[in-house]
Design a protein around this ligand. Sequence first.
Ligand code: ARG
Ligand code: ZN
Length: 858
Amino acid sequence: VSVKLEEYTPYPFEIDQVSLDFSLEPSETRVKARMTVRRTQPGPLVLDGVKLKLNEIRLDGKTLGPDAYDLTDETLTIRAVPDAFVLETDVTINPSANTALSGLYISGGRFCSQCEATGFRHITYWPDRPDVMSRFHVRMDADKSKYPILLSNGTPGESGDHSDGRHYAEWDDPHPKPSYLFALCAGDYDVWRDTFTTMNGDHVDLGVYVDKGQAKSAEWAMESLKASMKWDEERFGRAYDLGVFNIVAVRDFNFGAMENKGLNIFNSAYVLASQESATDADFEAIESIVGHEYFHNWTGNRITCRDWFQLCLKEGLTVFRDQEFSSDLRSRPVQRIKDVMRLRARQFAEDAGPLAHPARPSKYGSIDNLYTGTVYEKGSELIRALTVFIGIDAFNKGMQIYFNEYDGTASTIEDFYSCFEKASGKDLSQFRLWYAQAGTPEVKVEESWDAASSTLTLTLSQKIPATPGQPTKQPVPIPLRTALLDGKGAHVGVEGWENGEGVIVLEDEKMTVDLKLTGTSDKPLLSINRQFSAPVRIDRELSNEALLELAAAETDPFNIWDNFQTLARTEIFRLLDNPQSPPDEALVGALGDAVRSNESDPAFAALLTALPDIGELFQHREPVDPAGLNDARKRLRKALGENLKADAERILAKPSPAPFKPNAEQAGIRALRSAMIGLTGALDTADASRKLKSLFDAASNMTESLACLRTLVPFETAERDEVIETFYETWKENPLVIDKWFAVQVGQGTADDARRLSQHPDFDLSNPNRVRSVAAAFSMTNLAAFHARDGEGHKVIGDIILEADKRNPALAARLLTSFEQWRKLEPVAKASAEKVLKDLQSQSLSKNASDILARALG
Ligand code: ARG
Ligand code: ZN
């Protein structure tokens, strides 16, 4: 059974106001709801509700008998209702039995909630769909000694003590919202507090609620929150709209974080950070996710989605906003490269496999499975491409139209695009095809140079591969930022272009463009899709020499990095096909030179040392042999390590920046130091092992300790064992660090390591972070071992999925996606993956897991 976009119908009632009354007890929580309902269209009153024990229903004060309603496992239908009435329900739920972590559940002895997408129906009967928006008033009572802090959306109202050791608190949210934004937290916390004054002069109380004794670890999240509030005012003119903004850190959480109105709930991994225990990547992720959830207040909460098909209306746009936030706070080019790395690893792979779907799908089996790279990352790329297509001024104007005209509504992609049509005067219907068609467009670029007329003619053509259910595609507008360069990297003037750059839009299947130079020159070099202006694959027939020449002349940092990625990828495939051949010296030399000459921008230099990962290489060959690829990649990495050996020694001989600051500048220095630690390990010598051990002992921050640990894992030396042991002993009380300890071992190890660690006493199936630190870290980052021919990698992950699915279907379904590339594997591993998937399918798994299995095998 699937839900279809075209079948949307409005809900026939409005619920202006709802009061919820919670009597909190872990295994028996009583929830009373009182809603004021008004009919707007003909139709029955159907409420969603799952695993609720119904105690009573009252309509306008009168208790309804069983013949007045119909109850199924998933719905409550009231048979006859007047046009305006008050409905009261009374149910009992069991949060402590909620292992799926959707709805109200217990984590670390505290109550917390997760309602997106459909968790609210596990709390009370309600039309659990985003287009039903209501004003929520919440009252809760609980044992005061166990749950001294009671939080919900909006601002606090009355509170007080009862005589029996219980207390109560009320919260009121004046902004109408859909049920997926409801939140409740209750327990004992420490709080890191601060305040913010908005651009309108309004005072906001800020709080970050964490485990007892950890308040100080919330400081960075708080700094990030204030920076986000300021940035949204400056960049988009959007201020916060309540007197309170709270964040609660939760240890057991299925996702990264959740944007509940005024009460964001976070996976503790994206809140807690101390300089000893957090890496620069952690600090960066916290900043970006705090920003992401805060930015949802305008793009998601005040303007929400009409239905879940529109998910990328809020997610794609909010990812775009958080990427821009990070670019403004840190380095724009470095941010762009990292975002594209993530896009290619996550979304391009998804788009090329059996789980491919449009950014706005037209049907789905399970909404939980649509929180994907395509909806998030491709969704963001489409908005970025739009900024290039209509220009940044029209984009900014369109955003203001959107905020002003759609505030308070549940909207669609069409609504959103109508704002940019108004702002730009352009018809964007063809652009919107990007949202309807799955698959990554491939753009073929051919050049011909006419010296007599000083004209470079480009022939561009696009092809969008077939994807499940979409055998043929129509062309989409592809905006390509372009420059022409001379051999020394000076921009060559082109008629009609300003500032040495132009935007070529490929709208049809094929086009030719004449770029007529304003002066005379030799044949210029073509720099195309600068800053990765469109989320496509570029296909150019360039020799290695031509690519090296282009990399040397490039002025766009993204393209410099990308040219080296292309060169490295080609070289890895050549090494794969020629097992005896040594790595190409010209390439290794050029890459080493590029790293050395960019040392003054260490974050960028560090990215240059990163060879394309196996997941990325996967997409360029079929059938694929991940172990062979891994081997070829290692040979190239070793050659790069030899080229940069003296530089690594020189860089690592300097002390790490002190005193520690988590800012971009210091993070860049540590990134390059970590890259050098990694390349030291690539040399694979006894000397390297000793060196890494002493670097580990001397490391003054988690970024470098972890780099040493990660690099040592593949060694077979006493130093390696010692470091693994020391790290564990040092950090065994800190679950977030121990997650990393698990992840680096399976990330470099074998299926046996994954099996052994899944049986470690600290492995915990009820904690999603811990499960992911073993299962996802193995299956999604260690493809050579996961897809090893003996089939053991597939088996160990299949076993974990089977166990996880019994308690937490969303988690199991996410882990299953690591099999998505199975059809591309060489025959032996392919057969073993298929067998594991088919065995799982025969086990009657959850709806979420079955949906992924059916599509992966289908
Ligand atoms: N809206 C949240 C965010 O992106 C994520 C919610 C995830 N929910 C889910 N069912 N996958 O910020
Ligand atoms: Zn989001």
